[in-house]
Design a protein around this ligand. Structure first.
Ligand code: SF4
Length: 64
């Protein structure tokens, strides 16, 4: 699912400490990548250093 990122989302991301990136997923290993073999570049935290990047939520995300 692709969602446009806006200022409201960025403010709420910090306020509610939202988690959706691979770094917060139980299936992610920094050396091996995704345990399910999915490409991670669109879900990594660094992608959102760009405030205009569309939000992409992984269907298999499992909060650690
Ligand atoms: S399941 Fe999704 S969020 Fe979790 S490590 Fe794999 S790609 Fe990242």
């Amino acid at each position: 699912m692709k969602v446009e990122q806006d200022a409201r989302f960025r403010e709420q991301r910090e306020r509610f400490r939202l988690r959706w990136n691979c770094e917060d997923c139980a299936l992610f290993d920094p050396d091996e990548g995704c345990a399910h073999g999915f490409p991670t570049h669109r879900h990594r935290a660094s992608r959102y250093d760009d405030p205009t990047a569309d939000l992409l939520f992984c269907k298999d995300f499992e909060l650690t």
